[in-house]
Design a protein. Structure first.
Length: 394
């Protein structure tokens, strides 16, 4: 069956994470993604450890299924070839600092002249407007500036970044959503547009209840570990032999939870009978619940809670995720053959009933598709191709 984005041609000038994550999503959904890389080494992430068979596992994981060509955009011949590719593309994606495309000779105005229907998508640290637009950004910097670190961690003395590069990943995800929306608009208008997505904007967009709480109270939220600021009990608790997560999301679950832990007498206690009261008396509640939970093992509690449909779960390591039956059943860990080696990668989280998405293949080696694109798509002659290679243009 066809994938949902088959027939779309994505010109990918991105590198490292935010941009490549966006184009990976598009590729998994069936778009043809042609990744344009520097002839002298390509995407920086090709050198990131750990290595599998001499190639970066990091690069493999977010560039799977793409086609790689090399092109020196500082040469006149390279710019000409890029112009011809732009004329054929549905979407161009880059994650340079604002201004770089202009200095290369390809501001949005020039792109529109070459291809009025192109969707030009730029992912950057701070976006194409505002006083910080020209600054360089990395995930750690953005997590700090956005306020995300100020609400993450065990306490206010230890602000903590998320374990995954969520500023890059959310930026790439929002860029993908923007592209799909712009393509939908093009269906009726026939015109392309620019999609401008910033890492900082993306992080502010996902602050959810932290923004709401400050707006309502004027008090800046602080890190509270694994507890929830508005729901209780909703946290990590110690058991006889470890720790588990428990989320008592409403008063009906609270009633079941009290019976499960053998503390029926606190179900309707004035301090605990409703969620607002439980939050107000959180320390006392935590003491009562913690004493009860330390009486049995994690597995015993989880089996009890599962029977009563009380949301709970163990704290899995990444190794545990690799053997999790739910993860396996949903095909969220996939073996991708790469030069005779099976490389385990995250699967596609979006499940389509009629046009299933999926990993198209392994990540390309540098310039692997030069002949296919330059000789096939653009129609260069063999002598032209060899001449460009001798000059270092490709």
């Amino acid at each position: 069956m066809a994938k949902p984005l088959e027939g779309l041609f994505i010109l990918d000038l991105t590198r490292v994470l935010a941009g490549p994550f966006c184009t990976m999503l598009l590729c998994d959904m069936g778009a043809t993604v042609v990744k344009v890389e520097r002839p002298d080494g390509g995407d920086d992430s090709r050198s990131f450890s750990p290595m599998i068979g001499g190639e970066s596992a990091y690069f493999m994981s977010i560039n799977r299924g793409k086609k790689s060509i090399t092109l020196n955009l500082k040469t006149a011949e390279g710019k000409t070839l890029l112009e011809r590719l732009i004329e054929k593309a549905d979407v161009l994606v880059e994650n340079f600092k604002p201004g770089v495309m202009g200095r290369l000779g390809f501001p949005y105005e020039r792109l529109k002249e070459l291809n009025p229907s192109i969707i030009y998508t730029s992912s950057s640290g701070f976006g194409h407007s505002g006083p910080m637009s020209s600054r360089t950004a990395y995930d750690l910097i953005i997590q700090g500036l956005s306020g995300m670190m100020s609400i993450t961690g065990p306490d206010k003395e230890h602000p903590t970044k998320a374990g995954s590069s969520i500023a890059d990943i959310f930026c790439g995800t929002f860029a993908c959503i923007g592209i799909l929306a712009a393509l939908h608009n093009r269906e009726s208008s026939g015109e392309g547009q620019m999609v401008d997505v910033a890492m900082l904007d993306s992080m502010v967009a996902v602050l959810e209840n932290a923004i709401a709480r400050y707006s309502a109270t004027g008090k800046a939220p602080e890190p509270i570990g694994n507890r929830h600021p508005s729901i209780a009990p909703f946290a990590t608790f110690e058991t006889l032999d470890g720790q588990i997560n428990i989320a008592v999301g409403n008063d009906a679950i609270w009633q079941k939870f009290c019976r499960a832990i053998g503390r029926e007498e606190i179900c309707d206690h004035p301090k605990f009978s409703t969620n607002p009261e439980r939050v107000k008396n959180l320390e006392e509640l935590t003491d009562v619940v913690s004493v009860a939970l330390r009486s049995r093992s994690s597995q015993q509690w989880l089996e009890t809670f599962q029977k009563l449909d009380i949301p709970s779960g163990r704290l899995s390591s990444i190794a545990d995720v690799f053997s999790d039956p739910q993860v396996i059943a949903r095909e969220m860990l996939v073996d991708v053959p790469h030069n005779g080696i099976n490389v385990k990668m995250p699967g596609v989280p979006i499940k389509f009933s009629a046009t299933p998405a999926g990993i198209a293949g392994p990540a390309p080696v540098l310039g692997e598709h030069n002949r296919e694109i330059f000789l096939g798509l653009l129609g260069l002659s063999q002598s032209e191709f060899e001449g460009l290679r001798e000059k270092g243009v490709i």
